[in-house]
Ligand binder design. Structure first.
Ligand code: F6R
Length: 241
């Protein structure tokens, strides 16, 4: 795992954006894996800036998001589809029909999982997958205990994860209890992984990621076994290394 140390959140966002833009400009049909949450917001803003300055175009790009809450339609402001539209998709030239997220309000969730895997398979999987890091080591919504050989599946969200994400909702009760997420094996299929981490509150998780044993109890530890991971982290996040 390559560790890139940056000073702060803004530098992390710029560095991540530069790597994405370089890849998108280099490949004929780039496939990006995207995340939601607080961590990638700055990177998305940088990507919009790069597009507006004509440094990059996304017309040939396909994107797959990691996850979506079960039960939320895409027009629900708390859905990840809504987040992606607001933070990125509405502001760049990525074609609508190539911006994929799992459908959280699907009538047949198992079929939705299978279909999502098929779409990624047809796209020949992901060239660069952006990941944030959960306090409990989750990646996507793969909570501790998720099998390393999991593919896209439905998960019960950890209480800690629901509490951490409650800041985006009116109350904790409104946070969905389930989500649909790419599995760990799906994520590991990505050719390159950009793991972004900012802030001292993630320092313990970063320590376990880098030095901990590889264990399903700390899902992100599997990344030690991926050949092409870049961890871009700021001083706070790296403060325990
Ligand atoms: C989001 C996702 C999650 C987050 C993680 C960190 O699509 O899959 O794994 O990356 O919960 O969230 P933030 O960035 O809000 O600290």
């Amino acid at each position: 795992m390559e560790i890139v140390k940056v000073r702060n959140y803004d530098e992390m966002s710029e560095k991540a954006c530069d790597l994405i833009v370089e890849k998108v400009n280099k490949l004929d049909n780039p496939v990006l894996g995207l995340a939601t949450g607080s961590t990638p917001e700055g990177m998305y803003q940088q990507m919009i800036d790069s597009y507006q300055k004509n440094k990059v175009s996304f017309t040939k790009t396909t994107t797959f998001n990691l996850d979506e809450y079960v039960g939320l339609a895409g027009n629900n402001p708390n859905s990840y589809r809504f987040y992606m539209n607001e933070k990125l998709f509405n502001h760049i030239d990525l074609p609508d029909n190539r911006a994929f997220l799992p459908t959280g309000d699907s009538d047949d969730l198992q079929k939705e999982c299978r279909d999502y895997e098929t779409l990624m398979y047809k796209a020949e999987y992901i060239d660069v997958q952006v990941l944030g890091l959960g306090l409990n080591g989750h990646i996507g919504f793969n909570e501790p205990g998720t099998a390393f050989d999991s593919r896209t599946h439905i998960v019960d969200l950890d209480e800690t994860t629901r509490k951490a994400n409650a800041r985006f909702f009116d109350s904790l009760n409104d946070v969905p209890e389930r989500a649909i997420t790419m599995g760990i094996e799906t994520i590991m299929e990505s050719k390159k992984i950009l793991l972004l981490v900012s802030g001292e509150k993630k320092a313990e998780a970063v320590y376990r990621l880098v030095y901990g044993e590889t264990s399903e109890e700390f899902p992100a530890s599997i990344l030690q076994k991926h050949e092409n991971v870049i961890l871009i982290a700021d001083e706070g996040a790296l403060s325990k290394l």
